[in-house]
Design a protein around this ligand. Structure first.
Ligand SMILES: [Zn+2]
Length: 393
């Protein structure tokens, strides 16, 4: 038996006026997903355990069969794993954004989508002044960087900067037992960045400067039980994003590097399909993650999100379903999304989402059934990690 799990990140939504009162999933032409829904078993799944944020990290943990309520330690340790930066047991990882704050307000969580080259220069200079043996800064992609803090404060309340756009930062500063240490680090970064040549050049070009570091998403190392030990299955993860790569690596799955993947609608779909086929050929389980619908949700662009969902159907779901049909072995296909990213909210929600399980081969299928938010109405709610656990055994 082979297993394949296809995840369209953030596909779920609410009815959108611009789409005639339909959700992007209802408006999209998605024949492959609707045929899978017609032949498979539909489920209504909750992906966000109580008390946890509806992040892609938490939600993809559940779709991999891990109970985030018991195991989740924070976002940054998973990103560190994805960047192949090892954490020791006394390290606390922080996500370290370059942000634009003006007059005490969060103007831009990405410092005007600062480039990786610019971010790299700034983080290296920050590291020279603020870094040391117990504070190690790691440049990442664009505005997204990491800090490993030996014996750092893990039990803090911190805010993702993209959730406080245009708001006063004062009520959202890190709070908790050692808040003054974290706040001081953020404060000291302001002086380094104020006259930094990267910022002078950005101002001269009319771009937002990176005015300071913003620390959030902290946590100690995440230890996941080995996927093979849990399910007796070997496998791999196909993804463009650090978070999901991190989960795959922590679970002991292979995560191939794929050229040209972007996490957006211009990603290398064919490369992802090839990588998934190779995983299915050489092992038992493939987890295929596509980020684009989520990004379009964050952009608030209903038309683009609909297109991203159609691309997922046509360029990922259809060819991989076809591959499973012809690979000559019985298979179980699971079609899922990790959470909703409603275009109206431009952020994630905790609402339940649809999931289908199809056992094949099934031969030619022509009938279609809805695969969207409306199917949830008649179904009992289930926890994603429990359903996946049952389905992979
Ligand atoms: Zn997501």
């Amino acid at each position: 038996m082979k297993y394949i799990l296809l995840v369209g990140d953030g596909m779920g939504d609410y009815p959108v006026d611009e789409l005639g009162g339909r959700t992007p999933l209802q408006a999209a032409r998605i024949p492959a997903m609707r045929r899978i829904a017609a032949r498979g078993t539909l489920h209504n799944v909750r992906t966000v355990p109580a008390g946890l944020p509806p992040g892609s990290d938490v939600c993809n943990m559940g779709l991999l069969g891990y109970n985030a309520a018991e195991q989740y330690t924070g976002r940054a340790p998973i990103e560190a794993a994805g960047a192949r930066i090892p954490l020791s047991s006394d390290d606390v990882a922080f996500r370290c954004n370059l942000v634009t704050v003006r007059d005490g307000r969060m103007i831009d969580y990405s410092a005007g989508h600062i480039s990786s080259e610019e971010g790299d220069q700034i983080i290296r200079d920050v590291a020279r002044t603020l870094g040391g043996e117990s504070l190690r800064f790691y440049p990442g992609i664009g505005y997204r960087h990491l800090l490993l803090w030996r014996d750092g404060p893990a039990d803090m309340t911190t805010q993702p900067p993209h959730d406080i756009a245009e708001q006063d930062i004062a009520p959202h500063l890190p709070s908790g037992e050692r808040e003054e240490e974290v706040r001081e680090l953020m404060d000291r970064s302001k002086a380094i960045l104020e006259k930094h040549p990267v910022n002078e050049a950005r101002r001269a070009a009319g771009r937002e400067p990176a005015t300071q570091l913003w620390l959030w998403g902290q946590g100690r190392a995440l230890r996941l039980q080995d996927f093979h030990a849990l399910y007796g299955l070997t496998g791999g993860v196909v993804t463009a994003v650090d978070l999901v790569r991190g989960l795959g690596l922590l679970a002991g799955l292979t995560v191939p590097d794929i050229e040209g993947v972007t996490g957006f609608i211009d990603t290398n779909y064919d490369g992802k399909v090839d990588a998934a086929r190779e995983i299915i050929r050489t092992s038992d389980f493939a987890y295929v993650h596509v980020e684009a619908p989520d990004e379009c949700g964050h952009m608030g662009d209903a038309k683009l999100k609909t297109q991203a969902i159609e691309d997922f159907d046509k360029r990922i779901v259809a060819p991989l379903w076809d591959h499973m049909e012809t690979c000559g072995e019985p298979y179980r296909l699971i079609l899922a999304m990790d959470h909703r990213t409603p275009v109206a909210l431009r952020g994630h929600t905790k609402d339940p989402v649809p999931l289908v399980i199809l056992d094949g081969p099934v031969g030619t299928v022509t009938e279609e059934a809805p695969f969207d938010e409306t199917v949830l109405d008649d179904l009992p709610e289930e926890w994603s990690y429990e359903l996946i656990r049952q389905s992979l055994r």
